[in-house]
Design a protein around this ligand. Structure first.
Ligand code: GLC
Length: 658
């Protein structure tokens, strides 16, 4: 079990005690051991919050019976939690925030692309361990429509394992093995929508009014047209608009993502309660972290973009507060790929501070890193990060460079203007740079979902291909190959050091290139995100001893960085990231320092030429106090004779203050 490095008190973060901490305090006070009594204590502790959140969404006059039903439901749900997990919950509460530990290292993978199925994945635990992985995000494994299913994000069920992955028993065996081996498991909870084949949708289509009320259904398109006035489009190329006419019931239904993904109507408290039961069933299979998919979209309102609405936050906190009573060892991840100032709100604000999601994707850092690679400059990263408010102390990031989705260019326009850039032209430059419209660019990505109405587009492609490895290999260009390897290592290294859970996208640890095979598959060819959903290359992995291969260089470098991270508590997330300006626009410097004594200074060069930085301020920070500082990456002392530090192209230093 990964123990978190204890963080000293800080003034720079938000320091309100969240409910989880309160639970620990209360159970210590009462020295309660019995799990039912502990459940009662948790319910009592959370009750007024649950009540407040529930009635903020569902008017008390109309829904007091529904509230009683919810209170009745909670003990029943708790009774379904397996004993082993109840024990683990209590232990987790005692241990504290494991997810902020320096010992955690994650990987995201498609089970069927990794090693066929759940059993196959279990056989590869040794590989995960060899690299240092102890946190796994498995992409959706539940039943879904045949053909197009948005990679399983159109769910036919929330807990039935799709045959192609194996059986429920295989899943239980895997989760129990993960527990034994200290590997945390994250699974998706597709909370915003079901597929059109989900049992509720099928009943709705047959005319069942109750289930039509589980979705946003409309007699005609009058109200949909009102919504459309302000709703953006998520998949404008393949699924324009946000509503679909369903001939079977002669009604319109809201389908914000694909036409076969029906948005759930949380105005109906029954939907919330049924989904809570589905959530508990899912976590009872041994899930440690629940990825709340597309949670920004949970509440809809005419006249708004229906994202990030206050009601969505209350709903998420309500899920959180109820789940905490039933399964307090489970934490939530916010999948909110929205503006930086909006992402942070999913940790909870005001009364909800620290009580919504414990973890959120650091999509802002991810997008800014890609901007820095293309521009070779870091000013936008500095400017944008300065605008991100501090997060609550019990919350953390998932830091990553690539995932199964596209890269959105959601930079803040005012900051681009401040840098003298025209936002529209800058986004066009980034699309051109990454999507093969500039001869000199090493990237071989593709445009995803270009919207001619708005001129917006996103980028897809594997990390290695976007960073030049594909082109370098094709052109047999050693300089381009070495450059891409250095970039892959540096970007990952930043995510390992930034504070939070680093998440490697399976295949990136060996520089996997774009996979063009999706073009031959009818159900995939219209969704270019499949370009970056490759098969794990076990033949290549068998050859990693050959140190000359680019893949081996990447693998061994990342493996080493992971080992260094795990050995040094300074990497634990204590909300202590501090960016430093150096006066050189190609350089990124940040410090991690959870105490006066321990410190880590990360210095990176985003330029293709060597750069220098002046170092007197590094001395002032105490990095030369006991002689020259040590660079953990090269395991060497660095010498600065002239007062200038040279940073080679795409080099990363991890300087240690001991
Ligand atoms: C999330 C997933 C994405 C999916 C969408 C709809 O954003 O990451 O792959 O298409 O939700 O479920």
């Amino acid at each position: 079990m990964a123990q978190s490095h204890p963080c000293p008190p800080k003034n720079s973060w938000k320091s309100k005690m969240n409910q989880a901490k309160l639970h620990r305090l209360v159970s210590d006070q009462f020295k309660e051991k019995d799990s039912n009594a502990l459940f009662d204590l948790r319910l009592t502790t959370n009750l007024s919050l649950i009540q407040h959140l529930f009635f903020s969404l569902y008017a008390e006059e109309e829904h007091s019976e529904a509230f009683k039903k919810l209170l009745n439901q909670l003990p029943k749900l708790f009774a379904t939690r397996p004993d082993a997990l109840k024990k683990q919950d209590v232990q987790r509460l005692k241990d504290g925030n494991w997810y902020q530990s320096e010992k955690i290292m994650g990987m995201q993978l498609y089970v069927e692309h990794f090693n066929k199925d759940l059993k196959g994945l279990q056989q590869k635990i040794t590989y995960l361990k060899e690299l240092g992985i102890n946190f796994v995000h498995m992409m959706p494994i539940t039943t879904r429509p045949k053909g197009e299913s948005d990679g399983g994000y159109a769910v036919n069920s929330y807990h039935e394992v799709d045959k192609k992955y194996g059986t429920k028993e295989d899943l239980l065996e895997l989760t129990s093995e993960f527990r034994k081996q200290g590997i945390f498991l994250m699974l998706d909870f597709v909370v915003n929508h079901t597929s059109n084949e989900f049992s509720w949708a099928k009943k709705a289509m047959k005319g069942d009014k109750k289930y039509q009320g589980y979705y946003y259904t409309f007699e005609d398109d009058t109200i949909p047209k009102e919504y459309e006035k302000t709703l953006p489009e998520v998949f404008p190329e393949t699924s324009p608009g946000n509503f679909t006419h369903i001939p079977e019931m002669n009604k319109w239904v809201m389908t914000v993502f694909n036409t076969y993904q029906w948005d759930l109507n949380y105005n109906n408290p029954e939907v919330f309660m049924e989904m809570l039961a589905n959530l508990v069933k899912l976590v009872n299979m041994g899930v440690d972290v629940v990825r709340f998919d597309a949670l920004a979209f949970l509440w809809k309102k005419i006249g708004t973009i229906s994202q990030n609405l206050p009601e969505a936050h209350n709903l998420i906190a309500l899920f959180r507060m109820c789940l905490q009573v039933v399964a307090p060892g489970v934490v939530l991840l916010a999948e909110a790929i929205v503006a930086p100032t909006d992402i942070i709100k999913y940790f909870g604000e005001d009364q909800k501070e620290g009580n919504e999601c414990e973890i959120a994707y650091n999509a802002s850092l991810m997008a800014l890193l890609w901007n820095s690679i293309a521009t070779k400059k870091t000013q936008l990263l500095y400017k944008s990060w300065a605008h991100v408010p501090p997060k609550p102390k019990d919350c953390t990031w998932i830091n990553y460079i690539r995932c199964h989705d596209d890269i959105g260019l959601g930079y803040e326009n005012n900051l681009l203007y401040e840098l003298g850039l025209n936002p529209e032209m800058h986004r066009k430059f980034l699309l051109d740079y990454y999507c093969q419209r500039l001869d000199w660019s090493p990237a071989t990505g593709q445009v995803f979902m270009y919207n001619p109405k708005t001129g917006d587009g996103r980028i897809t492609g594997s990390a290695a291909s976007l960073l030049g490895l594909e082109k370098g290999l094709a052109q047999n260009d050693p300089e381009m190959i070495e450059g891409s390897i250095a970039k892959i290592i540096m970007l990952h290294g930043i995510t390992f050091a930034f504070g939070g859970i680093p998440l490697i996208y399976a295949g990136d640890e060996i520089g996997t290139l774009n996979d063009y095979s999706y073009l031959k598959d009818k159900s995939k060819k219209n969704d270019s995100r499949w370009l970056n959903r490759p098969m794990q290359d076990w033949d290549m992995i068998a050859k990693l001893d050959d140190e000359k291969r680019p893949q081996a260089k990447i693998f061994h470098a990342l493996q080493k960085l992971i080992r260094i991270r795990k050995e040094n508590p300074v990497f634990a997330d204590c909300n202590d990231v501090q960016l430093y300006h150096t006066g050189n626009d190609h350089i990124l410097v940040f410090e991690r320092s959870n105490s006066k004594k321990e410190g880590l200074l990360v210095i990176c060069n985003f330029d293709e030429n060597p750069q220098v930085i002046e170092t007197s301020w590094v001395k002032k920070l105490g990095y030369f106090a006991q002689g020259d500082p040590k660079d953990l990456v090269s395991n060497k002392k660095i010498e600065i004779n002239s007062g200038l530090l040279e940073v080679l192209p795409y080099q990363m230093f991890w300087l240690q203050r001991a």
